[in-house]
Design a protein around this ligand. Structure first.
Ligand code: THU
Length: 134
């Protein structure tokens, strides 16, 4: 799957966002080495602090479906004029999945005009992960 297709999947996922409190719809798409694609979108709650981010939903879906190895790339798209990067909690959640498969995925932060490509290890240096418990 191309990066453009991954980005399109993230954009499509944002259409299902449940974000009536922030009006900030986010979409995320995960690409795995075996060709699997898993998407997510943010889901908010009347108890505001319980909001779940798009990336966390995507990782949870992948984990629940047994898709755990070879996370290659992640596309994230928000509604604003600038690309967004995953929040701190989502970086940690993504790191858990990435470390399970021994990868350092590209994070494609998608804006209306450009795509910022970062490595997860640059967004979350010196990460605490499964290996830290060994
Ligand atoms: N949000 C995400 O889905 N991903 C992020 O990485 C940052 C923030 C969501 C959470 C909340 O529903 C809305 O964006 C505004 O913060």
């Amino acid at each position: 799957m191309t990066d453009d297709a991954l980005i399109a999947a993230a954009r499509d996922a944002a259409k299902h966002s449940y974000s009536p409190y922030s009006n900030f719809a986010v979409g995320a798409a995960l690409r795995f080495a075996d060709g699997s694609l898993v998407t997510g979108t943010n889901i908010e709650n009347a108890s505001y602090g319980l909001a779940l981010c798009a990336e966390t939903i995507a990782v949870s879906k992948a984990m629940a479906d047994g898709v755990r190895g070879g996370l290659e790339a992640v596309a994230v798209i928000g509604p604003g004029a600038d690309p967004i990067t995953p929040c701190g909690r989502c970086r940690q959640v993504l790191n858990e999945l990435a470390q399970l498969g021994g990868t350092d995925p590209d994070i494609l932060c998608v804006g209306p005009d450009d795509v910022r490509r970062l490595k997860l290890s640059d967004l979350l240096p010196h990460a605490f992960g499964p290996a830290s418990l060994a």
